[in-house]
Design a protein around this ligand. Sequence first.
Ligand SMILES: *Cc1c(COP(=O)(O)O)cnc(C)c1O
Length: 372
Amino acid sequence: MGLKNYEVPSKDYAEQYRQLMPAIRDEISRVFLEENPVLGDSVVAFENAFAAHTGVRHAVGVNSGTDALVLALRVLDLEPGDEVVVPANTFFATITAVNMAGARPVLVDPDPDTLNLTAAGVTAAITDRTRVLLPVHLYGRLAPMTELVELADLKGLHVVEDAAQAHGAADAAGRRAGAFGNLGCFSFHPSKNLGAFGDGGIITTDNTETAATIRCLRNLGKVDKYHVGHIAPNSKLDTLQAAILRIKLTHLDAWNNRRRAIAGRYQTELAGVGDLDLPDNPGGEAHVYHLFVIRTEAREALRIHLRAGSINAGIHYPVPPHLQAFDPDHKAGDFPVTEAAARTVLSLPVSWELTDRQIDLVISSIRDFFGC
Ligand SMILES: *Cc1c(COP(=O)(O)O)cnc(C)c1O
């Protein structure tokens, strides 16, 4: 089904590009005529701009958020049996990336309020095989990085951030997602706060040597034109996607502000409605609301009601990773917070291009449903 079949879609790509089209058309024409299709100047220019925006020294473009995670973990030289602590409640690729990097994911149920990892939750999962903490800034809200990095330092662990949903999210001091851990991993899937026209991803780090190794790992393991130092995939960010992303990055902060404004409306106008549990606005921090996820025991009925009113509300995520076919080690009941979330979460449309009128419709439809 096309995204436009709803009066209020969860996002409207055509509308996003309508607003950017002249600039993108000019840039694509220039890149076709002037640049190398692979690892062209636009890749370097975008990597530098993204590193500056994040507040780190290096950024290395790759072809997806999943590969960003796999390559960030590979650079840490994990051994089979080494453990990476991940939240149980995440997009499943956080977890399969650990397997693909040759290590063992250790799942931890998140904090029931924020649905993010906490140091207290992680501590119980640390063993003598633990090498990495891999927090996810779920839905665009920073995980509590100060306490997680402190714990990692105490235990001698690496920190890899899954920032696929958190481009531009920042703590009270302005430090951004991707700048707290040893490595930060971002996705440019079109649905993310910063998205390409297709797949893409990037890894951020302050470590120059690490960045150089990742440049090699993303490019078939090549150390120069004819010499191969690693067995590695071909996972480069395309020149064309980098050119598009470079234009879009200049709008990211404004788009995130617009997302916060929409979230603020929901928080005010849906407060106290029915049994709704709304995500709170973390004081001082910049939450970037990749998703605005409410929780209600009436999730299924509310979703059907919204759909009947031509409003598309998604579920992130209906089947927890530990109950997917790829995980034979877990069973229902293992992660109660994650399983309760899977049953009750509903994502309201919060994309920046949606109009105030469209948000009015969402709010009035939900108020109708609960009879208020
Ligand atoms: C989207 C996403 C990924 C994977 O990114 P792709 O670019 O789709 O491979 C990983 N982790 C999280 C939390 C995500 O939201």
